[in-house]
Write a protein that binds this ligand. Structure first.
Ligand code: NAD
Length: 477
């Protein structure tokens, strides 16, 4: 598959004439080539977005909502293709690509279409004047996304961005370009006015050309914390609107009064969904001392029963890691865990399902015996790697949970819902679930604190980020 950029309504070869290989995570084989876009490609895409801006931002919001619906309908027709391409490109199980990636990509467009259709100006009356608050487009947006949930996250940005009247240039991860290309085919098929959505493929350099461009007004970035710092540095001198959704090292806190069977299921899912490559994954498991042994017995059994295999097989629960480089990073943490005094309870080995040699395979790994200050217990690993720790009191659980530079999410498992809420309110993060995980209502704010990011996405927070409020005050004596 040879992919092209999408600029001003046309699929174009990169002016740079440079290409990158796209590799299958499950076999290591080349499955296609992707443009490595350079300065001229990025400039053309930004210029196309700028040219399309006046007409698009001038359209009535309900007109734009109709376009979002058309995109959602067309995506829905390609539901199976989305799941197939996402599984091929990321190495994730096809069942997950259907239930999470394909489903959410469609619902992101539907959800924001409805919100934008229902949007009204706010009115504030004074004795002698009326204030109208109107949300207007910001301008040209750069939307940069990672490899773990490619279309899920790209659609989460494109839908509210164009819905609010902005025009955009997308830059998906170079490791997973396939469904971004599919979205451009959908946009082309429905006939969205040219230049409203443009896409340049490429690596971090291509991304930085976008974020640093003086012709880009807004940057919405999801990715790693260290990349987020570079993006902030390049975007801030021009005072661009900036949203950063970054890494996480989230705690799952298991109290002795939990429903143990449900908790083990939930904590296993939170630890290893998408091979642990979700920013929200609960990769530090804190267990109350009195049930530690019983929990570990059930948890290890649950982890060892997960089916690892061909991502395209319907029964597969764990697929491949995204790249050789990432696999080496995760394996490096297994060695580090031993150096830091930990024990491997299960996993820690590369595992090669039959006929998939050459892929990036690793068994789900559980580490115990580490101090809560160690690097393995506080740094984001972003793979099938969890550490388990004991605690004795609510206070201690909160202290351990907060003992990291990240602050994205967390989950608490207890039958005492009042305690669940009380503990949740003391966790320094953007989202906390009680007796559940990744239970998403698209109306609520999504995002983190500390090194997990700046700003929020979701519902009215996305509409706020992708717009500028204008206050018109009319005096009427
Ligand atoms: P990454 O930071 O390496 O890359 C993300 C994107 O940024 C890619 O498209 C990449 O090409 C681009 N990029 C790289 N350098 C750039 C630069 N200097 N300027 C502009 N763009 C640049 O992240 P990744 O490895 O693709 O994704 C994994 C990370 O993403 C993890 O840390 C994970 O926690 C995080 N993540 C966060 C969320 C969230 O919502 N908070 C969601 C998913 C993933």
């Amino acid at each position: 598959m040879k992919l092209l950029n999408y600029i001003k309504g046309k699929f174009e070869e990169p002016g740079s004439a440079e290409w990158m290989d796209n590799l299958s995570p499950s076999t290591g084989k080349v499955i296609g080539s992707v443009p490595l876009s350079g300065e001229s490609d990025v400039k053309l895409a930004i210029a196309a977005a700028r040219e399309a801006l006046p007409e698009w931002s001038g359209m009535d919001p309900s007109g734009r909502a109709e376009w979002l619906d058309r995109i959602a309908d067309c995506l829905e027709e390609k539901f199976e293709e989305i799941a197939y391409l996402e599984s091929l490109d990321t190495g994730k199980p096809i069942s997950l690509a259907r239930s999470v990636d394909a489903t959410r990509s469609v619902s992101n467009f539907r959800f924001f279409s409805e919100m934008i259709r229902d949007m009204e100006d706010e009115i504030y009356e004074m004795e002698d004047a009326t204030n109208i608050v109107k949300l207007r487009a910001v301008g040209v947006g750069a939307l940069i996304t990672p490899w773990n949930l490619p279309l899920y996250l790209l659609s989460w940005k494109v839908a509210p961005a164009i819905g609010m009247g902005n025009t955009v240039v997308c830059k998906p991860s170079e490791l997973t370009p396939l469904t971004a290309d599919l979205l451009m085919r959908v946009i082309d098929e429905v006939g969205l006015p040219s230049g409203v959505v443009n896409l340049v493929h490429g690596n971090g350099n291509s991304g930085s050309m976008l974020t640093g461009s003086p012709d880009v007004d807004l940057v919405s970035f999801t990715g790693g914390t260290s990349t987020g710092a570079k993006v902030a540095q390049s975007a801030s001198p021009q005072f661009k609107k900036l949203s950063l959704e970054l890494g996480g090292k989230n705690a799952s806190i298991v109290f002795s009064d939990c429903d143990l069977e449900e908790t083990v299921k939930g904590v296993t899912r939170a630890a290893f969904l998408n091979q642990g490559q979700v920013c929200l994954c609960g990769s530090r498991i804190l267990v109350e001392d009195s049930i530690y042994e019983r929990f570990m017995e059930m948890f290890v059994e649950s982890v060892e029963s997960m089916v690892i295999g061909d991502p395209m097989d319907d029964d597969t629960e764990l697929g491949a890691l995204i790249s050789k480089q990432h696999l080496q990073k995760v394996q490096g943490y297994v060695s580090l865990a031993l150096e830091e005094g930990g024990q491997i309870v299960t996993g820690g080995e590369p595992c090669l399902p039959k006929e998939l040699e050459g892929g990036n395979w690793m068994s789900p790994t559980v580490i115990t015996g580490l101090g809560t200050e160690t690097r393995c217990s506080t740094e984001e690993v972003f793979g099938p790697f969890v550490t388990v720790h004991r605690f004795n009191s609510e206070h201690e659980a909160i202290e351990i949970a907060n003992n990291t530079r990240y602050g994205l999410a967390g989950s608490i498992w207890t039958m005492d819902l009042e305690k669940g809420r009380r503990v949740a309110e003391n966790i320094h993060s953007g989202m906390v679930w009680v007796n559940t995980w990744l239970h998403r209502d698209l109306r609520v704010p999504f995002g983190g604190v500390k090194d997990s990011g700046v700003g929020r996405e979701g519902g009215k927070w996305s509409l706020g980020f992708f717009s500028e409020p204008l206050n018109v005050c009319v005096r009427h004596d």
